[in-house]
Design a protein around this ligand. Structure first.
Ligand code: ATP
Ligand code: MG
Length: 423
């Protein structure tokens, strides 16, 4: 195991940095103070510190401590221990959940069998006793800056503050080994570069295309979580660029990547990313089902016949193709859970109905009552914007229909009511 942190951290006392407690959430502060009052060390680390130093609003606050999970649980009523890869404590204050982790160590002794397989970390539950131990297992320099609640100082273990100033994403330690330990770090590099507008430093960037296929070894459920972070955090357009630049997109969605030479398919994917970012920046809701339906639409379309074939029921053919596509995708790469594949399929199936319905003129408006009508219609608009043939006239027809003052799309039944009905 490489010795990742070679020198003492840079100590930055409170008057010399701009991280103010006012910008830390009340819930995170409560946890930090409670741990400290109980005699434990407590630090804010990761994205919370990084984003605050950049003057941005963090997505969440990650806390580390020398208290063990059971000890953390005893301190907070609303604490749950969770985690498969590592045990973490989730402390809830009102609606906010604060993640608290016990210091871990990058150093693995001979007795920790099964922790590393072929260079990849499969379990990461070796507790460290000090914050120095913990720093060695962090991924990027900018993620290894600690804010100490005992004196409000910062500990910068890997010159992360300098990299923040120069807008650089740099792995701690030997990049090849660090990617082998956990290939998801390649996706994280792309994600942070996109989100922060930083450059991936050459030594950190160089091995990515060669090692991208290591993502094969990552459980598809974990890749799904990463995909959501990449595309639903407001930086999807830039994330897609980074992923394609480093050969990572084809590892996540190989069937879609193979279609991107087609300019219409590429436009559709870029457009959905653009629209998603716009919605997030305008505080509108976004649904993973819509985005994923778009991501897998090009390969679905490739496998469908261009024109109606005599004796082939297009709806049945579509359902069969969807099943095959989803099965292949989740076995090989990104496992999309059922709660998302169900609405995805509805959006896709609606495409047939939305491009047929118009022929019946305004007589049959039942489709407007379909719970996914709005998503299906938006999807049709997306296809039209991408320039897919035979979509514009249908999209315009529905747009005109909806513009007609008398027609209002019914609101979807609230989830709770729907569930009750089934019982
Ligand atoms: P954000 O929350 O904005 O996505 P983050 O950096 O806080 O960014 P998290 O996934 O919340 O990311 O992780 C918190 C911290 O845990 C990271 O900053 C990093 O120090 C460490 N970490 C997370 N994932 C890894 C990993 N795969 N390898 C090494 N360290 C990691
Ligand atoms: Mg975080």
């Amino acid at each position: 195991m490489q010795d990742l942190i070679k020198k003492k951290p840079i100590y930055v006392p409170r008057p010399e940095h701009n991280l103010s407690r006012h910008n830390i959430s009340q819930a995170a502060l409560n946890v930090l103070y409670q741990l400290h009052k109980s005699g434990y060390q407590a630090f804010l680390v990761g994205g919370g510190v990084r984003d605050l130093l950049l003057g941005q609003i963090p997505k969440d606050f990650d806390i580390v401590t020398n208290a063990l999970p059971e000890q953390i649980r005893k301190l907070f009523h609303s604490c749950r221990l969770i985690g498969r890869r590592f045990v973490l404590a989730h402390v809830r204050f009102n609606r906010e959940i604060v993640e608290v982790a016990t210091f871990r160590s990058a150093h693995i002794d001979g007795q920790s069998e099964g922790v590393v397989e072929n260079g990849q970390i499969v379990r990461d539950n070796v507790y460290g006793s000090t914050v120095d131990d913990d720093a060695g297992r962090r991924d990027f320099t900018i993620n290894a800056i600690y804010y100490n609640i005992s004196d409000f100082s910062l500990l910068d273990y890997a010159d992360g503050i300098k990299d923040l100033q120069f807008k650089v994403i740099r792995l701690i330690g030997n990049p090849v080994l660090r990617y082998q330990e956990d290939p998801v770090r390649m996706l994280r590099a792309a994600r942070f570069a996109a989100k922060l507008g930083f450059t991936i430093e050459p030594e950190t960037a160089e091995p990515i295309p060669k090692l991208a296929n290591l993502l094969n070894n990552i459980p598809p459920a974990r890749l799904f979580e990463e995909v959501l972070k990449l595309f639903l955090s407001g930086y999807a357009v830039e994330s897609l660029k980074q992923l394609r630049k480093y050969g990572l997109f084809q590892q996540l969605f190989p069937q879609t990547a193979a279609c991107l030479k087609n300019p219409i398919a590429l436009k559709l994917i870029e457009q959905v990313m653009y629209d998603t970012d716009e919605r997030i920046h305008n505080d509108k809701t976004v649904t993973p089902a819509f985005l994923l339906a778009a991501l897998l639409w090009p390969p679905l379309l490739c496998e469908l016949p261009d024109k109606p074939i005599k004796g082939v029921n297009l709806q049945e053919k579509l359902i069969e193709t969807i099943q095959k596509l989803l099965a292949r995708n989740s076995q090989q790469r990104v496992a999309i859970p059922r709660r998302i594949t169900v609405p995805m399929q509805e959006i896709w199936l609606l495409q047939l109905r939305l491009t047929r319905q118009c022929k019946v003129k305004k007589k049959n408006l039942k489709l407007l009552e379909h719970p996914q009508f709005r998503a299906g219609y938006d999807f049709l608009l997306l296809r039209a914007k991408a320039g897919e043939k035979q979509t514009t006239e249908f999209a315009d027809w529905w747009t005109d229909l909806l513009a007609d003052g008398n027609i209002v799309t019914p609101p979807t039944t609230p989830k709770r009511l729907r569930r009750k009905k089934k019982q």
